[in-house]
Design a protein around this ligand. Sequence first.
Ligand code: GLN
Length: 532
Amino acid sequence: MTKYVFVTGGVLSGLGKGITTASIGLILKSMGYSVTAIKIDPYVNVDAGTMNPYMHGEVFVTDDGGETDLDIGHYERFLDTSLSKDHNITTGKIYMEVITKERKGEYLGQTVQIIPHVTDEIKQKIRDVARKTSADIVLAEIGGTVGDIESLPFLEAIRQMRLEEGPTNAIFVHVVLVPKLSTTSEFKTKPAQHSFQELRRIGIQPDVIVARSESPITPSVVGKLALFGNVRVDEVVNSYDVDPVYDVPRILMEQGLGRILAHKLALEHRTPDLGKWIEFTERYRNASKAVSIAMVGKYTALRDSYLSIIEALKHAGTHLGVKPRLEWIESTDVERGKIDVRDVLENVGGAVVLPGFGSRGVEGKISVIKAFRESGKPVLGICFGLQLMVVEFARNVLGLERANTTEVDPNTPHPVVDLLEIQRFTIVKGGSMRLGALLIKISEGTLAHRIYRTDFIYERHRHRYHINPQYLDRFESSGYIVSGVSPEGYPEIMELTNHRFYFGTQAHPEFKSRPLRPSPVFTEFMRSLLHS
Ligand code: GLN
């Protein structure tokens, strides 16, 4: 029978609840239990795919083509598992389901209400995951903060689940921020006290409290949190800031969280084995060498927009014993002359041309790409990054004037990147891109083959445009070859033969990178920087 751990948050969002949930998952997994995780996002969007990364951070893509919240990425990385789109539940999904059922007449004769119809649907979706995965433990993190209007139906649903499943089969972990005043260096528990009250008003009593703080909190603060949170002192654990975040499971385990959870869930306690994981964090910290990388994009103000890429670089770097030092290059600043491309080139070993959408900042990216290609320094292009590398090559090597992607210039005389055929008939914006893990055939004797060491791979996709095969002869005869291709014949990977590492991929290898199993693309990119 599946047990549930519900994780709620207090005081403010962006606390690191996702990392806490993932860490709890890893501790339980390391105790030998099978664990999976769900993220509940109380917004009305059906999925994260239609949201600006500036608002919401990266859109994480699952194998089955879900466009999900970035916390799903944390769960995949910590639990070393692949989750499906069902693991991201939103208000939009719930309402769509309820309204569809109402129209079909499934509630005939009834008044359809938040309680019980919406809450039943929420419970159903959570239990569906339990049934499909047959996990010993399902973690469910409720996004946002207690007290948000949007969260209420979800909190009510998990309150009911505790009652229905029984107190040792469904437990509550509440994550709160404990700020420290810089003037007095004092930790303040008042905001946490308010959030305990709010939670109790809804009918939820936490079993475990996780205090998030900048630095370790003192025993008297722990005591206060226990008192106001109505738990025992040993049921309060402290998640203070650590680098890398992969160290959070260790600090929570050392405070006995594994034992507390086992006790609360009436499970046998087995000492969590985090050996390899701890080794990874030590290797990360001990990396003596650093390499500088230009991160070229247009959402650089919010680093979460590129979260999985940053993590993939860390995984690969740690594997090789080097630290990636990221220099963020806002491509609109390049266009405005605020950033000089020559300075960028001088200061870094290589560049990642980041994914993206739309025309803003495109010319800035193209000028950075040109400088790097000519310099011979390593470049890794991801999705839009590859597409713009192709545009740059078309213009500056093949001499195709005003070559472009039709996403940026629908009237270009040389559409070297163009809309996928099926997209011409696609009107709906949500969930309609080419999505998820798709097959790519790798050509022998290429850099791509040296990277993947196999003929067929699956990587995750999220795009509407693709490299136009009509121009391929011209590219290939100039040494810019296709080394990976989709079963439909779309170019998936392109590389320059006379360059150390000039590699672009239509897919997003970052989504499959894990701390202990880095993506080979990122590892090879980092390796090429070491030999620069
Ligand atoms: N905008 C491009 C496309 O839709 C690239 C998308 C991306 O970088 N993920 O094809």
